[in-house]
Design a protein around this ligand. Structure first.
Ligand code: 13P
Ligand code: SF4
Length: 318
């Protein structure tokens, strides 16, 4: 079992690291069976989590859809807190656990429910579209949610000339360029993606001739403008699988390239590295401890959960 797993990740995990990971991986696989647990892992998890212990992997949208479908007593979210909350909303019967309660997100912490209520007073009648990277309390104040994978579709589904789109100013600006709908945004940003600059993309191109540049839409519009394609983490993975570029760079969190590189040994991945400190709080030892102790359980006030669920379910229906 271990040898087969190591064969999957050996291009990105050195043997010395594997020796450290192996006991935790074996324990986690055993505990998942004992607890009737399923691990959902975001594309930004490190390869030993993504390829060796996760049952379902993907972008925020895919994880939300799958959380709704999962039949297990326990869902462990190998991702950040808002993802665990979304899973709990969509699968309230399951016990949803997160290995580290401090795994937050700079976007989620940029806005509160009270801020949304004030925006509604200022722009009466304008629908509120909320990025899933927000707390359940903020989702509860919203009309509909979106992810980076469906933002344009969600906005256009409303059939209105103007929307409030929260809280990522760059995602809002990037979507505004693709649609005729007027977008009122908020001043939030992703601390990982906002560090990329257009000059960095130009240098990457000069140093790596022929490189195809894929950027996440949480990057600044001027970074997206320097790129060949912009899309969610799942859309970037799909681009690589479908188009098989000879050389590619993913303008997003570091682990993403490691995880896809494992599946495409013939593609040259250029790897500038911006780590998400929140995603990186999730480690194999913490996943093991979560399954051993069944902590930390994510709970949502039922009144908030019911309203937030509506906004998420409206998104899933688009
Ligand atoms: P997606 O996986 O939905 O593209 O989101 C990226 C992200 O930053 C999640 O925290
Ligand atoms: Fe939040 Fe950015 Fe980290 Fe995603 S990568 S969890 S958006 S801080």
């Amino acid at each position: 079992m271990s040898a087969a797993l190591y064969a999957k990740v050996r291009r990105v995990v050195p043997p010395m690291e594997w020796a450290v990971f192996e006991p935790d991986i074996e324990a986690i696989l055993r505990l998942k069976r004992d607890r009737n647990a399923v691990i959902l892992a975001h594309n930004y998890m490190t390869p030993e989590i993504f390829h060796c212990v996760a049952d379902i992997v993907g972008d925020s949208l895919h994880l939300a859809r799958e959380a709704q479908r999962v039949q297990a007593d326990v869902i462990v979210m190998a991702g950040v807190h808002f993802m665990a909350e979304t899973a709990k909303m969509l699968n309230p019967q399951a016990s949803v656990l997160i290995p580290d309660l401090e795994a937050g997100c700079s976007l989620a912490s940029s806005i509160t429910a009270a801020d949304v209520r004030l925006l509604r007073l200022r722009y009466p009648g304008v629908p509120v579209v909320t990025y899933v990277n927000t707390s359940a309390a903020v989702k509860a104040e919203s009309d509909i949610c979106c992810t980076s994978g469906n933002a344009r579709r969600v906005i256009e589904s409303l059939g209105v000339p103007e929307v409030i789109m929260l809280p990522d100013r760059y995602l809002a600006a990037n979507v505004a360029r693709e649609t005729g709908v007027k977008i009122i945004s908020w001043a939030g940003s992703c601390e990982v993606h906002e560090r990329f600059t257009p000059a960095q993309i130009r240098t990457l191109r000069a140093e790596n001739p022929g490189v195809v540049v894929l950027a996440h839409p949480e990057c600044k519009p001027e970074v997206v403008a320097e790129s060949d394609f912009a899309g969610s983490t799942a859309a970037m993975a799909e681009y690589v699988t479908d188009r098989q570029p000879g050389r590619v760079v993913l303008i997003t969190e570091c682990s993403m390239a490691d995880n896809i590189a494992v599946l495409h040994p013939d593609i040259d991945f250029v790897r500038p590295c911006n780590l998400c400190p929140h995603m990186k709080r999730i480690t194999l030892p913490k996943l093991r401890a979560t399954l051993e102790t069944l902590t930390h359980e994510v709970t949502i006030d039922p009144a908030v959960a019911d309203r937030a669920r509506l906004a998420v379910e409206r998104m899933l229906a688009v």
